[in-house]
Design a protein around this ligand. Structure first.
Ligand SMILES: Nc1nc2c(ncn2[C@@H]2O[C@H](COP(=O)(O)OP(=O)(O)OP(=O)(O)O)[C@@H](O)[C@H]2O)c(=O)[nH]1
Ligand SMILES: [Mg+2]
Length: 310
């Protein structure tokens, strides 16, 4: 970043479709990291985020307000949001000036959920690449709702968007299956969980789809999509239960490895290892992460029906 010899900063760019759990993840991960002794700054880059549940160090809403943009330019929510991201891209000095006083912190960027920002629109990728010039080493943490594992066709589409995101965003990357606390409420999966997280032989998915009269018409398309995904063999997922300390720890290890944090700050790492061991089995957050009681894993039917809308 600007000024004296730049101190390398590290962080996470949290991306994923709307409702995949990005903001909740930012809250949970920031609380976990602070408990480990890391100085954390959460930066909200989503102009549509309201009522942020976490302590927000920088809020893009101070630079550009989605509502004002929609009114002034007569745009809908999606067009308005894309305009806001292009406006941020054109005014990165503002962001740099906001981040400068936070040098020495570990950053978590809560990004907008519009899929096109991660698959083909240039603004977010350009913002990330500019931050890399400021010696800010980010890992893209891509959340996908684990609900998508319940339907082979949806899972293939999620694999395609995950692959497109990895190729477009051009950052070290970790894919997460989020809301794993709900997974057993979605009913029996066609395959065991490893199959979805390791993205094993996808021909089994095709067989599964071929038995469905509707999808049998698209067999050739699905075969080509599956072949593309397997040719790149880039996509795999880590299951995330945001309320489980060991689950967050596994995610953090992968994230720190991806952006090199784990190689850089040894003394911090050993302190954190001690802190984490001292934390005990289930790490309690200061809040239920804003996860409405009805969405918390429970056995009653309504939670299951409600959860199907997640
Ligand atoms: N059960 C459960 N619910 C979750 C979890 N994470 C998020 N939710 C719920 O899912 C909904 C969306 O969560 P958010 O964190 O706002 O998702 P987001 O990706 O930031 O959404 P956008 O900002 O709209 O893109 C909220 O009702 C959360 O309470 C989780 O790990 N488990
Ligand atoms: Mg959000």
């Amino acid at each position: 970043m600007a000024g004296a010899a730049p101190a390398t900063a590290f962080g996470q760019a949290v991306i994923g479709p709307p409702g995949s759990g990005k903001t909740t993840y930012c809250l949970g991960m920031s609380e976990f990291l602070r408990a480990l002794g890391r100085r954390v700054a959460v930066v909200n880059l989503d102009p549509a985020n309201e009522g942020l549940p976490y302590e927000c160090a920088v809020d893009v809403g101070e630079l550009v307000a989605l509502g004002d943009v929609m009114d002034a330019l007569r745009l809908g929510p999606n067009g308005g949001l894309l305009y806001c991201m292009e406006y941020l891209e054109a005014n990165l000095d503002w962001l740099r000036a906001k981040l400068e006083p936070l040098r020495g912190h570990y950053f978590i960027f809560d990004c907008p959920g519009q899929v096109e920002l991660c698959t083909h629109h240039a603004a977010l990728r350009s913002i990330f690449s500019q931050m890399a010039q400021w010696d800010l080493r980010l890992t893209a943490v891509h959340l996908v709702d684990s609900h998508y594992c319940t339907d082979p066709a949806k899972f293939i589409s999620v694999l395609c968007t995950s692959l497109a995101t990895m190729l477009h965003v051009e950052l070290p990357h970790v894919n997460l299956l989020s809301k794993m606390d709900l997974i057993e409420h979605y009913g029996k999966l066609a395959f065991n969980l490893d199959y979805y997280t390791e993205v094993l032989d996808l021909s089994y998915l095709l067989e599964h789809l071929a038995s469905d009269p509707f999808f049998s018409h698209y067999r050739q398309l699905n075969e080509k999509l599956v072949q593309l995904i397997e040719d790149y063999s880039l996509v795999s997922f880590i299951p995330l239960n945001i309320q489980d300390k060991d689950s967050i720890q596994r995610v953090l290890q992968a994230v720190d490895k991806a952006n090199g944090y784990c190689f850089g700050i040894q003394e911090q790492r050993s302190l954190e290892a001690m802190m984490s061991a001292a934390m005990g089995a289930d790490f309690h957050f200061s809040s239920t992460l804003g996860i409405q009681e009805k969405y918390l894993a429970s056995s009653d039917q309504t939670a299951e029906q409600e959860a199907m809308q997640l």
